[in-house]
Design a protein around this ligand. Structure first.
Ligand code: SF4
Length: 254
């Protein structure tokens, strides 16, 4: 069996992971964690578009058996759902946890608890990976938790499962930390992304983000069991009346 050796262990040992945490947390002071660039001081509890402050909202932690088969494998994908979001998709299947603050605020937690959640998924449920869902607005907290989980024994791949509206500068700070990128590419038309997801520059931002993700991890690699170890998987949701521009999205990907 191929033995997975996470790069983040090396980054922890040589001090780079600590410096990445510091650089990412500093972004919260005048938040530019995602392309919205709200510039609110989240370290003082101010909130921007995503309604996230200093602490993460973690609405669900589970061994997910319905993810992409290369991620769920036999034991499940260790899925951690963040509350809040930097988009407002009218078709969101997780509407309560992404857009209803009166619901997701109840799930405020700490990065220490988040680190323990990861270790429990790995050691108790034997999941194949840690799969952060909607992490774009909580990247600093996600990396802080990884940093705290390494001394506790974390040693499985990290999946970054996002809507594609990510900052390239922030993604660069994830190089060597994230093993598998799992972004959406939702639209090929900014009018539609504005109307149905509340963001008018989705196309250029998502293209830049996906290129950076691919630069870091390349094509998908699986082990001999067929379980993903590293690489990029792009998801695309087909919308009625071709609102997602599916043909153009697929042409761009290929
Ligand atoms: S992460 Fe939230 S507060 Fe920060 S720029 Fe994005 S939407 Fe605004």
């Amino acid at each position: 069996m191929n033995r997975f050796e996470p790069t983040y262990l090396r980054l922890f040992k040589n001090g780079i992971l600590k410096r990445r945490v510091e650089a990412l947390v500093a972004l919260l002071e005048e938040c530019t964690v995602c392309p919205r660039n709200c510039r609110v001081n989240r370290l003082k509890g101010e909130e921007g578009y995503c309604l996230a402050g200093r602490n993460p909202y973690v609405t669900s932690v589970c061994d997910h058996h319905g993810e992409e088969p290369v991620l769920s494998g036999f034991n499940g994908s260790g899925t951690i759902f963040f509350g809040g979001c930097n988009l407002r998709c009218v078709f969101c299947q997780n509407y309560q946890i992404s857009q209803k603050p009166q619901y997701f605020r109840r799930f405020e937690t700490t990065v220490d608890e988040l680190a323990k959640n990861m270790i429990e998924l790995q050691n108790t449920y034997h999941v194949h990976n840690i799969n952060f869902v909607s992490p774009s607005h909580f990247v600093p907290q996600m990396v802080e938790a990884i940093y705290k989980a390494v001394p506790l024994g974390l040693n499985i791949p990290i999946v970054y499962n996002s809507n594609g509206y990510d900052s390239v500068e922030v993604l660069k700070l994830l190089e060597g930390i994230v093993d598998i990128y799992l972004p959406d590419f939702k639209y090929y038309d900014n009018q539609n992304s504005k109307e149905y997801s509340g963001v008018g520059d989705y196309v250029s931002k998502a293209k830049a983000a996906l290129k950076e993700m691919y630069r870091q991890v390349g094509d998908l690699k699986v082990d001999e069991r067929g379980i993903a170890q590293r690489g990029l998987i792009i998801r695309h949701l087909i919308l009625p009346n071709d609102l997602a521009g599916s043909e153009k999205v697929l042409e761009w990907i290929t």
